[in-house]
Design a protein around this ligand. Structure first.
Ligand SMILES: *Cc1c(COP(=O)(O)O)cnc(C)c1O
Length: 363
């Protein structure tokens, strides 16, 4: 295992080593089935068990109330940008979106194809370096729903807690902080998350939806985007992304049994992020965080160096030192360290050491 690097990629992101080892062990012959999960019928008994256990473990982790359905879908979070308005924005209705970055922007762009969209708040004027305060939200009391992005992967900002939006169902794109902390699911109408940031591999998107909202799906929604149909068919309307669900299921078991649940992982995530933000704040003339401190993400830490040449050098040298994927997104520039659930504390410590060393050599 000595040739594995510290993988700071924003997504697909690093997975727990024990999950990879378990998948490797069972790859050729899954628990005596004589075949791999990659080759197995999704209607077979062993696969039924895999998908049902994945849902049950997810329900346990998040304490999902019984009036919520879990759907495993394909098409990434981006498909949900369309599926949400197609199912939940009635003809003539209007939806509120809180605009906190590129992903919210993409969600808005899709929703506009299906109905009226209002931007209830935005922090675009400061290059999305913060989360809007409660009093900045200008909500439409008749909104069909309110959509927000819980963690802004590109900018490195994160909601501390969900916005207060009154009676309208709250819809959350939780792709990059899903399962990083406990969540009160009952405050939401729908939560969706592409698995590849924090919950598994690319290919499966998890949707958690309050049962009564399934009644909203109008006629004419394509089958594969129809929440009501997919939920009735228990994610088996057609062949689900079998292997991705299997790996996500192993990640749920890792969280539940090895880590000890979401309270514990939240504490670990706080500690990791704190270590890194303290290193940034300790040298304010050299390292500059992009996000305002009160809006800082525990998942994606974005920071700048004194100039772009140094940033390029930092990305190059860190990669050579086994710290992979630190180059920032072009919308922010600089560096971005994605330190999702499965990213080890030792990797954060290694980055902090590298930062000290880099500043000493190039300061
Ligand atoms: C990565 C990301 C997306 C896009 O996900 P895809 O699965 O590639 O469609 C959407 N929202 C957020 C918050 C993300 O981090």
């Amino acid at each position: 295992m000595t040739d594995r690097v510290f993988n700071f990629s924003a997504g697909p992101g690093t997975l727990p080593l024990s999950v990879l080892e378990s998948a490797q062990r069972d790859l050729l012959n899954y628990k005596g089935a004589g075949m791999s999960v990659l080759e197995m019928s999704h209607r077979s008994a062993p696969y039924e068990k895999i998908i049902r256990e994945a849902e049950a473990d997810l329900r346990t982790l998040l304490s999902i109330p019984s009036n919520y359905k879990v759907i495993f879908m394909q098409g990434g979070a981006s498909l949900q940008f369309s599926a949400v308005p197609m199912n939940l924005l009635p003809k003539g209705g209007s939806a509120d979106y809180i605009l906190t970055g590129v992903w919210s922007q993409s969600a808005i762009k899709e929703a506009k194809k299906f109905g009226e969209v209002r931007v209830a708040a935005t922090t675009e004027d400061s290059n999305f370096n913060r989360i809007p305060a409660g009093e900045e939200l200008q909500l439409d009391p008749n909104a069909a729903y309110v959509h927000f992005t819980s963690n802004n992967t590109i900018y490195g900002t994160q909601w501390r807690t969900e916005p207060e939006v009154g009676a309208a169902p709250l819809i959350c794109d939780a792709s990059s902080d899903f399962l990083s902390r406990p969540l009160d699911v009952s405050k939401y109408g729908l939560i969706y998350a592409g698995a590849q940031k924090n919950a598994g591999p690319a290919g499966v998107t998890i949707v958690i939806v309050r049962e009564d909202l399934l009644e909203r799906t109008p006629k004419g929604v394509p089958a594969l985007m129809d929440y009501r149909l997919l939920s009735e068919k228990e994610s088996m309307y057609n062949t689900p992304p079998c292997f991705a669900i299997y790996i996500a299921g192993l990640v749920f078991k890792w969280l539940k049994d090895e880590i000890g649940g979401l309270d514990r992982i939240a504490q670990m995530n706080e500690e990791k992020a704190d270590l890194l933000y303290r290193a940034i704040d300790a040298a304010p003339d050299y390292f500059r965080g992009h996000a305002e401190p009160a809006s800082r993400s525990l998942m994606n830490v974005t920071f700048r160096l004194p100039d772009e040449e140094l940033e390029k050098q930092f990305a190059k040298e860190s990669t050579a030192a086994g710290l992979d994927g630190l180059k920032g997104h072009r919308s922010v520039g600089g560096l971005r360290a994605s330190i999702y659930n499965a990213f080890p504390r030792s990797g954060v410590a290694a980055l902090v050491d590298f930062m000290h060393d880099f500043q000493k050599r190039h300061g």
